[in-house]
Write a protein that binds this ligand. Structure first.
Ligand code: FAD
Length: 388
């Protein structure tokens, strides 16, 4: 039959193409259906931070497995992912010192190259930083950032080399279920059949889940980002999550610094509404915030700004696993942090689908049914919600 596949992956964001690549590596013939074009959603707007520091072990494990792809991209996937090693600092306010140390311990146990360093060490590492408001930071010397659009394109090219098909401008409009098993989808480009369907539709995944009779509490998170031209006196700096100032930043090519804020993100906008422009006062707030950490940035100038949107769950952790009719899987709800883990998520999904469970990382905690049971994922040494 025409349009018949081993698996249908809905959405050509970095997660969907990673899932398709890993299924194809295991010998399946998937098709990826994308309503617009590759990286049209969160992936195309992502800041691309690649680090392993999380307060939840399963997230750190996914990030660590994924890091090894970014590091060795050409061999593992082929093409480019644009990984740039800058070193990574996680800065938290002093009341979280114990949590930072405990989480670094957990990361070291997993094998992640990281350590706790003092504010004085941070000052030596980055002389342009002001360091009088924190005591310690977590430092990952190997981490940095990658290019999400390049990453997604390389995954897609590799999936196609292994026999996957890709159909763009193809919006899935319904899921076909027979005798409690998925059998295919209806779309704006006709029907496709497969016994396995993976919902990787990002901020739109709630709608796709509903088509299969599955309810997931998926909200949206709309996030502003600025690029600032760095004055020469600032020099180089690493990639930083500066939770004590509710901000993250990283260097970018062309002497730029990307800055974004953890607070005042817009929650709950309709997935189909235009992302539009950054909030009215965002640039001022971002500049004020970065100058608190790097005073010499005062002489910088705005280069550009943009907005992106991701799916957000109640515990700000992903939803990964089977749900509803047999053959229906979710890999979504990445809540603003799903780029760096996308290689491992694709691998684990292929294991779950083909072997009945993910073996590389235990992903059972991300079970889509947890919210209905009133269970929220929290780290043992929790920093609280990232986005506010
Ligand atoms: C501004 C911003 C900054 C970020 N920074 C980072 C970061 O530094 N590090 C990090 O790890 N993560 C970051 N993230 C999060 C990360 O980018 C996302 O979690 C990740 O890209 C999600 O990928 P995805 O494939 O799940 O979703 P998406 O990239 O949103 O892809 C979903 C795709 O599904 C398609 N689709 C929707 N409905 C349908 C339909 N009916 N039929 C067919 N296709 C459909 C969409 O068009 C879209 O292309 C950031 C996100 C944003 C928005």
């Amino acid at each position: 039959m025409m349009n018949s596949y081993d698996a249908i992956v809905i959405g050509a964001g970095v997660v969907g193409v990673s899932v398709a690549f890993h299924l194809a590596e295991r010998g399946l013939k998937p098709v990826i259906l994308e309503r617009k074009e590759i990286a049209a959603g969160a992936t195309g707007r992502s800041s691309g931070l690649v680090r392993m520091h999380y307060d939840l072990e399963a997230d750190s494990r996914l990030a660590w497995v994924s890091f090894q792809y970014f590091w060795d991209w050409h061999e593992r996937v082929g093409g480019e992912c644009g990984f740039t090693r800058t070193g990574f600092l996680f800065i938290e306010s002093p009341e979280h010192n114990e949590s930072v140390s405990a989480n670094v311990e957990m990361h070291r146990r997993i094998g992640i190259p990281t350590s706790t360093i003092s504010a004085a060490d941070v000052q030596k590492l980055v002389p342009s930083f002001k360091t009088d408001d924190f005591d310690i930071a977590a430092y990952e010397p190997e981490s940095g950032y990658a290019d999400p659009v390049l990453t997604a394109n390389s995954f897609l090219a590799a999936a196609k080399r292994l026999g996957s098909d890709y159909v763009q401008d193809c919006a899935v409009t319904d899921i076909i279920v027979n005798a409690d098993k998925v059998t295919g989808v209806r779309s704006t480009r006709g029907d496709f059949s497969a016994p396995i369907i993976v919902n990787a539709a990002g901020a739109w995944a709630g709608k796709i889940a509903e088509m299969a009779g599955v309810a997931i509490p998926l909200d949206t998170w709309t996030h502003d980002v600025a690029h600032i031209r760095r004055p020469a006196e600032v020099g180089d700096h690493p990639t930083v999550i500066d939770s004590s100032l509710n901000m993250y930043f990283r260097p970018d090519s062309g002497g730029l610094t990307l800055v974004a804020l953890e607070d005042d993100n817009r929650l709950g906008e309709a997935p189909d509404s235009e992302v539009g422009y950054v909030a009215k006062d965002f640039v001022e707030r971002a500049v004020e915030r970065i100058c608190r950490r790097i005073p010499a940035m005062e002489n910088g100038s705005l280069h550009s700004s943009h907005v992106g949107r991701d799916g957000l769950t109640p515990d700000q952790r992903a939803v990964i696993g089977a749900a509803g009719p047999r053959g229906f899987y979710l890999a979504t709800g990445f809540s603003g942090t799903g780029f760096k883990t996308s290689p491992a998520v694709g691998l684990c999904m292929s294991e779950l689908i083909l072997d009945g469970e993910a073996k590389t990382v235990d992903i059972t905690g991300f079970d889509p049914g947890r919210f209905a049971r009133g269970e929220y994922l929290r780290g043992e040494h929790d920093y609280g919600d990232l986005w506010r």
